[in-house]
Ligand binder design. Structure first.
Ligand code: 5GP
Ligand code: ZN
Length: 113
């Protein structure tokens, strides 16, 4: 499958990993929009949030658990952070493998700034 993030999961495209479990991987965004900008993805290919099914309950729970743990590990849990999931064209999705952006390390400002 021609999917950038599946290739990152396979290791055929390098990434700076910050967290890994059986079902979830997190790595630094190549074009960080904040001092901390990490992408958290299911290892399984799911194209968008619209494609999540009940079978993915466990992996989605794992993904948000990863977000909490990474925020803590990066030292931004208390100062604060933002989680973003872009869906399809109007949502600004560019890579069609579901990912949650974790942004922090500065005040990331109003939502639509
Ligand atoms: P989207 O707009 O789909 O929500 O975000 C895709 C994100 O993937 C962007 O923030 C972009 O900088 C990041 N990205 C694109 N290509 C690569 C890559 O090869 N490696 C990494 N680590 N991030 C990437
Ligand atoms: Zn994929």
């Amino acid at each position: 499958m021609d999917c950038l993030f599946c290739k990152i999961v396979e290791g055929t495209i390098p990434s700076t990993k910050v967290y890994e479990s059986d079902s979830v991987l997190a790595f630094r965004d190549i074009a960080p929009a904040a001092p901390v900008h990490i992408l958290i993805i299911p290892k399984k290919h799911i194209a968008t949030m619209n494609d999540v099914t009940g079978e993915d309950d466990a992996v989605m729970a794992e993904l948000f658990k990863a977000a909490r743990e990474i925020a803590k590990e990066q030292g931004i849990a208390e100062s604060g952070y933002r989680l973003i999931n872009n869906v399809n064209a109007d949502g600004g999705q560019v890579v069609y493998h579901l990912h949650v952006h974790l942004l922090g390390g500065k005040n990331v400002g109003p939502l639509l700034a």
